[in-house]
Ligand binder design. Structure first.
Ligand code: ADP
Ligand code: MG
Length: 212
């Protein structure tokens, strides 16, 4: 197995340093399959089992697209649960840790909405949240997606299982149509394909076979 090294990717030096500081040297298989397409700005639908490194695949992708000088929301990750959103937030912050001033905000339900609204007023580059709370911020105009460049649907299969399809559709309707959409899932099914068709443009499909 010859998995590529992160240093072979055309990433900003600060991002490469952050990745190295986490002890990541080689791309995992799903990262090797998906990251080159993600970095080209393509829509990607990626399927691989839990624990295969999907977070860093989209995390590195979205961090490489940020204009740090602009405190507008440029990337949004939708997750099925608060626990997963917190994990994703943590990993993205770690991937950004020595890069100046990247603000990653968690917007999850189950906690008061007012502090999140205050944080949004101060600006954020990346928001990571659960469908219902993201919808609430959009409806109340505390979250604006006019400058969104990258939209990520993480654990899309779980979000569909939990009945979030309609809420997600509403949330995504607030995003600019000219954007990059990345869809990650542990399984690949007809409902996932349908979701991809409604949100993605000519997606590259990558899958890591785990049947043996
Ligand atoms: P998934 O979303 O596919 O379930 P995660 O993104 O949570 O998986 O990653 C699982 C673990 O692998 C995390 O602890 C993460 O820090 C680690 N990891 C991710 N990419 C790499 C890499 N290239 N090298 C080493 N560890 C990695
Ligand atoms: Mg994951």
């Amino acid at each position: 197995m010859n998995s590529p090294e992160f240093s072979s990717l055309a990433l900003k030096p600060a991002l490469l340093e952050n990745i190295a500081s986490l002890g990541y040297t080689h791309l995992t298989p799903i990262q090797a399959e998906s990251l080159p397409h993600i970095l080209e700005g393509k829509d990607v639908i990626a399927q691989a089992k839990t624990g295969s490194g999907k977070t860093a695949a989209f995390g590195i992708g979205l961090l490489s697209r940020l204009d740090i000088g602009s405190f507008k929301v440029q990337a949004m990750v939708i997750c099925p649960s608060r626990e997963l959103a917190d994990q994703v937030c943590k990993e993205i912050r770690q991937l950004a840790r020595f890069t100046q001033n990247i603000k990653v905000l968690a917007l999850c339900g189950g906690v008061p909405v007012a502090p999140q609204r205050d944080s949004l007023l101060h600006g954020a580059h990346v928001v990571v949240g659960t469908p219902g709370r993201l919808q609430e911020h959009l409806q109340k105009h505390s979250l604006h997606l006019e400058h969104l460049k990258v939209l990520v649907l993480d654990e899309a299969d779980r979000m569909l299982d939990m009945g979030f399809a309609d809420v997600i559709t509403d949330v995504v309707s607030h995003a600019p149509s000219h954007r990059q959409t990345l869809l990650f899932s542990a399984t690949y099914s007809d409902p996932i394909r349908k979701l991809s068709q409604s949100f993605q443009f000519k997606p590259v499909s990558v899958s890591i076979d785990t049947s043996h």
